[in-house]
Design a protein around this ligand. Structure first.
Ligand SMILES: C[S@@+](CC[C@H](N)C(=O)[O-])C[C@H]1O[C@@H](n2cnc3c(N)ncnc32)[C@H](O)[C@@H]1O
Length: 187
């Protein structure tokens, strides 16, 4: 009955995104979310896939080619610098972050609170009203707790006149289970 974390993240993206939208995967990793967004925006839509690691960009690019999806552009840089790459008139239909490290890779290359909150604020400026930024917060690894606290503090202080912010997670699971933060830009 209750959706798992990744299912719920995709459910929220589907609620937010319409065919033809431009969307952002701010941590594309192995490309799971990029592929999902690529499908829901359709051939007239667009996904901006960002990751700081070459390995992640390569893996995502390959994954998209394998699925014959060509509506994605790639940015190998920190999402804290996303503003440099987005046309000022672009309106974003939805965005996702998966925080933490790339699975089966260098566990020292992790997202961090400061750059994550910079990226959230950049994307909020471009986000259409009534749409969502979805964050999947992994926090069991070294550095994860600090990032979790920084991000929670930031989003809890977003003005309630402008944003709805929710947290979704399983509170009876052990070992620091991931949870979701979703930010809706109000109409
Ligand atoms: C949990 S993984 C993402 C998993 C991905 N969504 C997938 O479907 O496979 C987190 C990713 O964030 C990336 N990352 C870390 N710091 C970053 C930053 N400042 N800007 C963009 N990406 C970053 C890592 O390289 C890693 O690939």
């Amino acid at each position: 009955m209750l959706k798992g974390i990744l299912n719920f993240a995709h459910y929220l993206l589907e609620e937010s995104v319409n065919p033809g939208d431009t969307t952002i995967d701010a941590t594309c990793g192995n490309g799971n979310d990029t592929l999902f967004l690529s499908r829901i925006v359709g051939t007239n839509g667009h996904v901006i896939a960002c990751d700081i690691q070459q390995q992640a960009i390569d893996a995502t690019r390959q994954r998209l080619v394998e699925h014959n999806r060509f509506n994605v552009s790639f940015i190998q840089d920190s999402h804290a610098r996303l503003k440099k790459y987005i046309n000022k008139d672009t309106q974003i239909g939805g965005a996702i972050f998966n925080l933490g490290y790339l699975p089966k890779s260098d566990k020292l290359i992790i997202t961090n609170g400061e750059s994550t909150i910079s990226a959230i604020d950049i994307i909020l400026d471009f986000l259409k009203q009534g749409r969502l930024i979805v964050l999947v917060v992994y926090h069991g690894h070294p550095g994860g707790e600090e990032e979790k606290n920084t991000v929670l503090k930031h989003v809890m202080n977003l003005d309630q006149n402008d944003y709805n912010v929710v947290q979704y997670g399983f509170i009876n699971q052990k070992n620091n289970p991931p949870f979701i933060i979703a930010i809706e830009k109000k109409q």
